[in-house]
Design a protein around this ligand. Structure first.
Ligand code: DP6
Length: 347
């Protein structure tokens, strides 16, 4: 029976999505991200004959070759939300195999790559069964829409290099329901931009994204934050078009620090940085000051640093990383990533 495999990358937000509006995964503010290449999920979905003739979804889920019940439950919740749009979910049983290119215990969030890979598989299979071939633009738009229902940030993994999600006056065609590509007009420096992920700690997330987002509901700075995101998005778009690295870096760092500050002043409060995160931030700022090189950082909702810099200074930045930052990484762990072309069908 039918089987498809998609590889879909992770992405790193520059303007962060943090906080949701009423509805299913509707962002409280617009966000923008760079699409990565080396950190990805590869997921294959096979349609098998159903054991029971009921409408209930039948699913076996394997992660890294082992049956995984926790992930299976998450998938079932997702299928519940999207099942009305995918008749295949009722008609066939599903056998899903998924792997990540990055180690499970690296502290890297996998929901963006995993949920986008899965959504691409579902959209692909459903169109095969319906015997129709959507235009690529429409296909990706649908895949982004369903990815968002699985995990908000996953909506942005669908597009090459950079992607924008969330309705805003600054971007024509923007939507809360799906991300849109930001390729046209993007300065060429960002087509091969470097992101070295410095693993400060690989322990489990202290707080799930779901809980983190919900804390914004009572955060006293929420309104100001949402305005700041709008302004940062508008300014960042100009920087991404011009290749203005200084402006790019200033916004990326402000967004990272704001995200963490918001968590610190939430109720309950969370400190998501590790001591080594702060040490690395200091080293990066010192290095930038002395070298005058465009090296910046951003953070996810966790302790790991994403070191962002253009490809043409990679050798110098590598020297800096190994001389001054490696010692702060857990067992020296880091992942060298870069912006990439987005998801593709493997077979
Ligand atoms: C800090 O997309 O993981 O990485 O929609 O609840 O699945 P859910 O949340 P998720 O949140 C990502 C938060 C972030 C910022 C970002 O990627 O924009």
């Amino acid at each position: 029976m039918n089987k498809v495999t998609w590889r879909s990358p992770s992405n790193i937000a520059l303007v962060k999505y943090w906080g949701k509006k009423q509805g299913v995964q509707i962002p409280a503010n617009p966000s923008i991200s760079l699409t990565l290449e080396q950190c990805y999920s590869e997921t294959s979905v096979s349609l098998v004959e159903k054991e029971k003739k009921t409408k209930e979804v039948e699913l076996r889920f394997y992660f890294d070759g082992k049956e995984n019940m926790a992930f299976r439950l998450r998938m079932l919740k997702f299928f519940d939300i999207v099942s009305k749009d995918f008749p295949l979910l009722q008609k066939y049983g599903l056998l899903i195999h998924s792997t990540n290119s990055f180690p499970h215990s690296s502290g890297i969030a996998s929901s963006a790559s995993a949920m986008s890979a899965l959504s691409l598989c579902l959209c692909d299979l459903q169109q095969q069964l319906d015997n129709k071939k959507l235009k690529e633009e429409k296909f990706l738009n649908e895949a982004s829409y369903y990815s968002r229902l699985g995990s908000g940030s996953a909506a942005r993994s669908i597009y090459p290099y950079a992607s924008q999600w969330g309705k805003t006056k600054s971007v024509k065609g923007s939507s809360d329901e799906y991300a849109i590509p930001f390729e046209k007009g993007l300065h060429k420096v960002f087509r091969n931009f470097q992101d070295t992920i410095l693993i400060a700690s690989s322990s489990e997330k202290k707080v799930s994204s779901r809980v983190g987002h919900s804390l914004m509901k009572t955060n006293p700075f929420a309104k100001t934050r949402y305005q700041q995101a709008e302004t940062n998005l508008k300014d960042l778009i100009v920087a991404l078009k011009k290749g203005d690295l200084e402006k790019f870096g200033a916004i990326a760092e402000e967004e990272a620090m704001t995200l963490h500050a918001l968590m610190m002043c939430s109720n309950p409060s969370f400190i998501l940085m590790a001591p080594s995160t702060l040490s690395m931030i200091e080293k990066i700022r010192q290095f930038r000051e002395l070298s005058k090189l465009p090296v910046y950082f951003t953070l996810d909702a966790g302790p790991n640093i994403h070191l962002l810099y253009p490809q043409n200074i990679k050798r110098k930045v590598d020297e800096f990383i190994y001389a001054q930052l490696e010692r702060y990484c857990e067992q020296g762990k880091m992942i060298h990533d870069n912006t990439g072309k987005g998801p593709f069908r493997v077979k």
